[in-house]
Ligand binder design. Structure first.
Ligand SMILES: Cc1cc2nc3c(=O)[nH]c(=O)nc-3n(C[C@H](O)[C@H](O)[C@H](O)COP(=O)(O)O)c2cc1C
Length: 274
């Protein structure tokens, strides 16, 4: 780990975040990721070695424990504090919970009470109001957002406004959602060529989640093989939306957009599009 840390430093990164929260089986099988939460001596030795190997700020991300019965986040954070990390992020679920159920924000509060390190709270922040509530309920110093940003990348600026005491402003309109999806598509196509059409499937499903009659769009996008085809469908869908009786209203017709696949899904969140 120390050698890997030195390599990262040599590549010009600004900080090094140690992931002691990864629940994926192939990572756990190597006693890494969230498995580190079960052996605090080892966790402290490894973390100290990394901190001593580089001059970069080293931080760590943890889960609240291996399972709900062995929640040990405050002790883990004490060990990290002794190791010299600069801050910790707490994903408020146990490893056994993977990405399911409700995050246990009360454990973030307990961690915050037990350490002088800055604490970043994580888990289930999907709206600006969630962000405010997490800070109020846990006293955390910052927030990390994961899946909430798939469906709603506008969350960050709206949450920022609310946390600064301002009106968060309206949610993104269907037109903004579709034009952002198209810009995303262009960006991906510049990097990945035609394969962008496949990579965009899950993103399109997220961008149109909750919009009127989105299921036919998702079905059609799943059969596209070029970015141009996806773009045409998105533009047609927007026209359809804007000429619908109440354009862009939420409808129960929405298919379930793909969720993070949990256990053995890869780190890119690949999952079957609806
Ligand atoms: C697609 C995907 C990829 C992720 N990759 C990482 C990762 O590489 N490192 C990490 O620490 N957490 C990773 N996570 C976990 C998130 O950072 C976060 O802890 C988790 O999704 C809970 O937050 P949320 O409820 O806001 O989604 C990933 C999550 C998802 C959905």
């Amino acid at each position: 780990m120390a050698e890997a840390a030195r390599m990262c430093e040599g590549m010009g990164f600004d900080t090094l975040d140690l992931n002691y929260g990864c629940p994926v089986r192939k990572v756990i099988a190597r006693e890494a990721g969230a498995a580190m939460l079960t052996d605090l001596d080892r966790l402290q030795r490894v973390t100290t070695a990394v901190v001593n190997a580089v001059s970069l700020p080293v931080t760590a991300k943890i889960r609240i424990g291996w399972d709900r019965e062995s929640t040990n986040a405050p002790e883990v954070v004490k060990a990290l504090e002794r190791s010299g990390v600069q801050w910790v992020t707490v994903h408020a679920r146990a490893r056994s919970e993977k990405f399911t159920g409700q995050a246990h924000w009360e454990v973030i509060a307990a961690v915050k009470q037990s350490t002088t390190l800055p604490v970043i709270g994580n888990g289930d922040v999907k709206t600006p109001e969630d962000a405010l509530r997490m800070i109020q309920e846990t006293g955390c110093d910052g927030i990390m957002v994961g899946r909430g940003s798939f469906v709603n990348p506008w969350l960050f600026e709206r949450a920022h406004r609310l946390l600064n005491g301002d009106d968060p402003g309206p949610d993104a309109t269907p037109r903004t959602r579709i034009s952002t999806a198209i810009a995303h598509l262009h960006d991906l196509a510049a990097k990945k060529g035609d394969y962008a059409a496949v990579l965009m499937r899950k993103h399109v499903a997220w961008y149109v989640r909750g919009l009127y009659d989105n299921s036919s769009l998702c079905r059609e996008v799943n059969h596209c093989s070029t970015p141009a085809e996806v773009e045409t469908l998105l533009n047609r869908y927007l026209e359809r939306l804007e000429s619908a009786p109440v354009a862009g209203d939420s409808e129960p017709l929405a298919p379930a957009a793909p969720e993070w696949g949990g256990e053995d899904a890869d780190a890119h969140g690949s999952c079957a599009a609806p």
